[in-house]
Design a protein around this ligand. Structure first.
Ligand SMILES: [Zn+2]
Length: 112
């Protein structure tokens, strides 16, 4: 199986693995496998139980959450439909009945 990526610096195909790094023998460039992975794959966002979340999923809130800047609380057990994954501290964009558009943290939800 040759899944080695080309050198991002000089495009050499003669890269090899060294522990957790890829190394290019032609220009001596070294880069980490983790970094290579994250540029090719989308970040995986998981719920509190490790289930992968996707755009359009429905989730359940597993903890009472205060809504920033208001006195509203999203109650534990609230169902949220059609989430949208976003980058950032709060990684879920959604709309909750009675509350409106808000952002949640994936660690406080469970895939429904
Ligand atoms: Zn190179």
């Amino acid at each position: 199986m040759s899944s080695l990526p080309k050198c991002p610096q000089c495009s050499s195909e003669y890269t090899y693995e060294d522990g957790n790094m890829f190394v290019c023998p032609e220009c001596a460039h070294e880069w980490s496998k983790d970094a290579a992975d994250s540029t090719e794959q989308q970040k995986v966002i998981r719920d509190a139980f490790g289930n992968e979340l996707k755009d359009g999923d429905a989730v359940t809130v597993i903890k009472d959450l205060k809504v920033k800047g208001s006195s509203l609380v999203v109650k534990m057990g609230t169902k949220v439909k059609s989430i949208r994954l976003v980058d950032g501290d709060h990684d879920i964009d959604c709309k909750i009945d009675g509350i409106g558009a808000m952002q949640l943290k994936s660690e406080f939800v469970k895939k429904a």
